[in-house]
Design a protein around this ligand. Structure first.
Ligand SMILES: Nc1nc2c(c(=O)[nH]1)N[C@H]1C(S)=C(S)[C@@H](COP(=O)(O)OP(=O)(O)OC[C@H]3O[C@@H](n4cnc5c(=O)[nH]c(N)nc54)[C@H](O)[C@@H]3O)O[C@H]1N2
Ligand SMILES: Nc1nc2c(c(=O)[nH]1)N[C@H]1C(S)=C(S)[C@@H](COP(=O)(O)OP(=O)(O)OC[C@H]3O[C@@H](n4cnc5c(=O)[nH]c(N)nc54)[C@H](O)[C@@H]3O)O[C@H]1N2
Ligand code: SF4
Ligand SMILES: [Mo]
Length: 741
């Protein structure tokens, strides 16, 4: 995990390394980059960044390989008359895109234009993309891959606390709390350098509970591993809450003082008897009791969720049930206690705050809120009435391609591999009148495009990301990009100009950030007090961070954003500054810890939501008797578009597999490595068997990083959560068969 080997040591006498952050996950590990021959960089340790203290996983360490010209796109490509993608100049490529978008709009209207963004884009790009869709294209049809990521946790957090920031406290609090329940989260593989926080927790005498149908590398570190049937976390959390009540462990004073809605939530939990929960989840009553005991014994405790409980058609209610457990026991908005979501993508947090989500405006404002529309329209210099309303969610948008939505621009996602019911989505993409893709590599989605634009990568450009802690960070340019490649901001600038909008799409990231600051001012995710200079000096700043001089509009505070929150969501007390927010000249310190004084709801109280268990959208039956769940392996990232181009990572994780229990394997007559066909109502995928006692016998697991025959998403169910519109990636019914060749 540490830096070793060829990518690590800076050449003697080489230029001063540039401190920056990893291109991949939301941990946003700090690293130093030094240019080397061949247009790439060497990664070396950056110990001054506290989150990873120099440690990197193999993906971060090998990221420079994707900078090499043979791994990536270096020229725009356009579809020729005979159907091949051929190199073209930038003007020709941009003209083609603008011309096609214009034609679609003239023929079918603005809402026939779609935009699909990504949580890996910097804040500046995400902001510019949302503005481009609404101001230049005039379409409501924009959403992004983050919908597939943390949207259920975001919806539940907003509902309960009035604000969604993945972690309401920094990671450094974890080792000092008493107990952490990690629900459907496998940081040993998905954020390896973060594992030390959990190791230190245990070294300090705290306990770790892991809830996962598989005995993962993370579960192996736990004091208690609960292995529920996929899709039953909601029942599990309710069963724990039932026991909390039955055993007299409710923190009545806290519930009275800081929450609302307890009676209804209590009644809902009391309907979930532990014995009943045992039948639903497969987790025994003694295990449930032990989990409650470990969670309630110490003074402070945390629940952290990731994609396991969230990527369900009841993900919002499931997270809500875990939040209820925290609230009933007084474990939210207090030091070293709280609920948090471990956001996934590099800018998974910032990417959801600044306007590429179907229902949002920058600063985490609601598109349906008149005051928010007025504020942002003024920053953009447009009439508020000209801003479109909310559009479709990610899967619904992909499902509408070729029918209502005729032309699509993709920036920062590879849905051919990562979308649920992927064969159908691939078909919808093929049925478009026109598809343009901006990417660093020729992804499976780019392969279908009419025009592909090659863009710059992390080491070649400056921009900000917001990590899973809510810490806004500066990524710095360390090398010059190769000829033929341009930044996403240049692309948007070039397209806007061709579509008649000459102003408002600068190509310089700092200029975009300055506008983002103004657009976010007064919103829930207020960045107005943050600038590049501070970011360069301070190792990041936690939002909300309002601009201090009382002269501008940030102190009119709540603009009525419709989330029931405003800048009043928190004070700076957690910043270790002694709560000093008042002085004009002193910049706001940022807000590492939220909710310590009050929650971001209108009355300052956290809201219990009464939730009840329900089955998954698809339960096993005679035809499809096994449950499929999906997820990640340490050496590949997401759709694999980037990491499948790195030799070392491919050697470590060469392809998909089907993880299954020896008992299921014996029933099928399958041996290790035998090809298995996994069949769902959506399709069939084939991959070799990987037999392990670390998985429930009623469940198989497939990682989703690969296209082709072993594509897990050929099988997954696009059943959507009614609130977050999150698809049910984590559970569907399948049949498993041996393949006779
Ligand atoms: N190596 C690597 N790291 C990554 C990524 C990557 O692709 N590769 N992607 C990044 C991104 S965007 C994200 S979102 C994060 C995701 O990070 P994680 O959420 O940690 O990753 P997953 O593997 O999707 O899911 C976590 C666990 O949920 C379990 N699980 C499956 N079904 C259920 C269920 O019904 N209930 C419960 N409780 N658990 C269940 C799986 O067995 C799995 O171990 O990782 C980030 N880091
Ligand atoms: N079955 C199953 N499916 C899943 C999940 C699961 O757990 N199970 N998890 C879901 C989750 S949590 C997520 S986040 C999604 C992710 O799924 P995808 O959106 O497909 O994720 P990536 O592979 O990261 O795709 C990013 C693409 O953008 C490109 N790219 C990288 N940086 C930039 C940039 O700065 N600009 C541009 N223009 N392009 C860039 C990359 O090369 C890549 O092609 O997958 C979801 N799909
Ligand atoms: S854990 Fe995430 S941010 Fe850190 S090096 Fe690995 S991929 Fe990069
Ligand atoms: Mo994600």
């Amino acid at each position: 995990m540490q830096n070793t080997g060829t990518h690590t040591t800076a050449a003697p006498g080489a230029a001063t390394p540039t401190p920056t952050h990893c291109p991949y996950c939301a941990l946003q590990c700090g690293m130093n980059l030094t240019p080397v021959e061949g247009g790439t960089v060497e990664v070396s340790e950056r110990t001054d960044f506290p989150v990873n203290r120099g440690a990197l996983c193999g993906k971060g360490r090998t990221a420079p390989e994707v900078l090499a010209p043979d791994a990536r796109l270096t020229s725009p490509l356009v579809r020729s008359d005979d159907g091949a993608l051929v190199p073209a100049g930038w003007d020709e490529a941009l003209d083609r895109i603008a011309g096609n978008l214009e034609r679609t709009r003239a023929r079918y209207g603005a809402d026939a234009l779609g935009v699909f963004g990504g949580g890996g884009l910097t804040n500046e790009k995400a902001y510019a993309l949302g503005k481009f869709a609404r101001v230049v294209l005039g379409t409501s049809q924009i959403d992004y891959n983050g919908r597939f990521c943390m949207s259920s946790a975001a919806a539940a957090g907003t509902r309960a606390f009035g604000l969604d920031r993945g972690l309401p406290f920094p990671l450094e609090d974890i080792p000092r709390t008493g107990c952490v329940i990690l629900v459907g989260s496998n940081p040993a593989e998905t954020m390896p350098p973060s594992l030390r926080y959990f190791t230190e927790l245990r070294e300090n005498g705290g306990t770790l509970i892991v809830v996962d149908p598989r005995r993962t590398k993370t579960a192996e570190q736990a004091d208690l591993h609960l292995a529920p049937r996929p899709g039953t976390d909601l029942a599990l959390a309710l069963g724990m809450l039932h026991l909390v009540v039955a055993e007299g462990r409710v923190d009545a004073a806290y519930v009275e003082e800081r929450t609302s809605g307890w009676e209804e939530a209590r009644a809902a939990a009391m309907a979930h008897w532990p014995e009943h929960v045992e039948r639903i989840t497969g987790v025994s009553v003694p295990e449930l009791r032990e989990a409650v005991r470990l969670f309630c014994a110490p003074e402070a405790a945390m629940v952290l969720t990731a994609r396991g409980p969230e990527q369900q058609a009841k993900g919002t209610d499931t997270v809500g049930a875990w939040i209820n457990l925290c609230l009933a026991t007084g474990r939210a908005g207090r030091p070293l206690s709280g609920y948090g979501c471990l956001t996934g993508q590099g800018n998974g947090q910032g990417g959801r705050e600044h306007g590429q989500k179907a229902d949002q405006l920058p600063g985490y404002r609601k598109l349906t809120d008149p005051a928010a529309r007025r504020h942002v329209a003024e920053v953009w210099g447009v009439d508020p009435d000209a801003l479109p309303g909310p559009g479709r969610s990610a899967y619904e948008l992909l499902d509408a391609l070729g029918t209502d939505v005729r032309s699509l621009l993709v920036m920062g996602s590879n849905p051919v591999v990562s979308a649920p019911r992927a064969a159908h989505v691939e078909g919808r993409l093929r049925s478009l009148d026109f598809l343009a893709v901006c990417d660093v590599v020729l992804s499976e989605t780019a392969e279908l495009a009419d025009v592909v634009l090659p863009v710059t990568q992390w080491a070649e450009e400056t921009g900000t990301t917001t990590s899973l802690e809510g810490r806004v960070l500066l990524r710095r340019r360390a090398i010059t990009p190769p000829d033929g490649v341009r930044g996403d901001l240049d692309v948007l600038h070039g397209l806007a100009g061709r579509l008649g909008v000459e102003k408002g799409f600068p190509t310089g990231p700092e200029e975009v950030f300055e506008e983002l600051r103004r657009a976010s001012a007064g919103g829930p995710a207020d960045y107005s007090g943050i600038d590049y200079r501070r970011l360069a000096e301070e190792n990041g700043v936690f939002w909300p961070c309002p601009a201090q001089p009382a002269s501008d509009d940030t102190h009119t505070a709540d603009t009525g954003t419709g989330t029931g929150s405003g800048t009043g969501n928190s004070t700076a007390t957690g910043a270790g500054s002694g709560g000093g927010t008042g002085h004009r000249a002193v910049p706001h310190p940022g807000t590492p810890r939220l909710f310590l004084d009050r929650f971001a709801t209108e009355d300052g109280r956290a809201r219990f939501v009464p939730v009840t268990h329900r089955p998954s959208a698809e339960e096993p039956d005679d035809e499809y008797p096994v449950l499929l769940t999906t997820g990640r392996v340490v050496a590949q990232y997401q759709s694999g578009a980037q990491t499948r181009r790195v030799a070392e990572l491919n050697a470590a994780a060469p392809g998909p597999f089907v993880e299954l229990h020896p008992r299921l394997a014996a029933r099928l007559g399958a041996a290790e490595g035998d090809p298995l066909a996994v069949v769902s109502r959506r399709g069939r995928a084939v991959a070799p068997a990987r037999i392990t006692t670390g998985i429930r016998p009623d469940t198989v697991f497939m990682p989703f990083h690969w296209p082709g025959e072993g594509r897990a998403n050929t099988l997954t169910n696009p059943a959507l959560d009614p609130t977050s519109r999150m698809p049910e990636f984590k559970v569907c019914a399948v049949r498993v068969e041996t393949v006779t060749s």
